[in-house]
Design a protein around this ligand. Sequence first.
Ligand SMILES: Cc1cc2nc3c(=O)[nH]c(=O)nc-3n(C[C@H](O)[C@H](O)[C@H](O)COP(=O)(O)OP(=O)(O)OC[C@H]3O[C@@H](n4cnc5c(N)ncnc54)[C@H](O)[C@@H]3O)c2cc1C
Length: 472
Amino acid sequence: MSLTATQIISSLEKILDENSIIFTKEKMQSFLTEPRNRFHQPALAVLKPNSISQLQEIMRFANKYKIPIIPQGGNSGLVGGQVPLYGNELIVSLAKINKLRELNIEEGYILVEAGMILQQVQNIAREKNMLFPLSIGSKGSAQIGGILATNAGGAQVLSYGNGRELCLGIEAILADGSLYNGLKFLRKDNSGYDLNNLLIGSEGSLAIITAAKLKIFPRAKFYETALIGVKNLNIAYQLFQQLVKKAQKRLTAFELISRFGIAIQIENKLINQDFISLQSPYYILAEISHFDIEEKEILTQFFEIAYEKNLINEDSIIAQSMAERNEIWQMREQMSESQKFAGASIKHDISVAPKLVPELIERGIREVAKINKNIRPCPFGHMGDGNIHFNFSQPVKMEREEFLSLTKEINQIIYDIVLSLDGSISAEHGIGQLKIDLLERVKDPTAIKMMKLIKNSLDPNNILNRGKVLKL
Ligand SMILES: Cc1cc2nc3c(=O)[nH]c(=O)nc-3n(C[C@H](O)[C@H](O)[C@H](O)COP(=O)(O)OP(=O)(O)OC[C@H]3O[C@@H](n4cnc5c(N)ncnc54)[C@H](O)[C@@H]3O)c2cc1C
């Protein structure tokens, strides 16, 4: 039996208080509009349960009547997984399920509920002189549930790993409302399938994450942070190899930034221009974290040798204070958002083996220029782990719509190059609704078959993120 919208709302009013159900168009808007403003469907309502048991009741009800549910965290996802596809879904926001359950410095973990915002987790750790190393441009809005559902990466994956590697356990609610407790962490536990790792990265299509136990680490005693100008990408990769050799795990970031990306920020006064003279086509944000105050400065010494060998350009700088370090990081973190000042953009979140990054970018720029030589490439990202955000901005003299009409053609070029280099068409952001067709086309057919079997058995009524990740 299917229920009408009015029947659904009145049943939900028996589970939730009136402040926890939103169904007017204006009040729902901020839950419907995602960062790139690409998807524009309404929702039946937005629900903000206060507790795990309320969330379980919602799921039992939705499962019984086959009502589609969209788990939503901070709504910062970039592939439309957290917003409606059909217009009849219920968005379930985790915002009120956000408590700190435990902080254990000795054992190095923090146990939080899924709705806690990433920056708050970082702050709680910092207050105890500890570090939660996962950090992304959306840290002020992304929630831990969303971070794990998308297996987010960020700038320090190189040294600390992505969401999956930083997670010791999760708790989640399945489509039928049952509660899965995977919070127990043992160094050795071979008692069956690794269900935590199945749910991490499943983009809300298999379960709703309600809590997570996350690794925290001692904070570095001091950082060496540099913005290094390089002549070309092959030199950037050579620098990477040399720095890894010298610093090993202490090399906690090696980020590529294109001159165009910095120029947009300078033009629009998003950063302080004084510290960059913009002579190089590419820059590297390299950071070394030191855990012993007695340790020698690695980057400073490295700079002298690399400069003599003509590996780094004159406009390279090492941050002289924490304020300068923050400025350099701010510039890196604003790369994605600031591109909107250059008009429309066509974006790709892709990865290849780090040594293939120069080839990926050079081939991509060359091939896309054949369509129109005035398209402005803006590649940047986590060069140290092979993940590049390979973006293109519209030519200055081209209309927005005309440029966007090239999306399919440009995507085809970039994804073909990625596949020819044995890379991934989604390195960090996931599949959501944006890349669902592409996934079917490029992923191993047996992997797709296994994914569908898992989805069908955990969510037989297909209520969780219906129409996302997999075509059923
Ligand atoms: C400026 C900016 C910079 C970014 N930088 C990076 C980056 O460097 N690296 C990176 O990996 N990503 C990055 N992102 C993408 C995004 O921030 C991440 O995907 C983030 O993990 C999403 O978290 P969220 O809480 O906002 O999730 P949402 O956007 O709300 O949801 C994302 C997906 O997770 C699901 N979901 C959300 N919460 C839960 C839950 N509790 N249980 C189950 N499923 C859930 C949703 O259904 C959806 O499919 C960036 C985004 C922006 C806007």
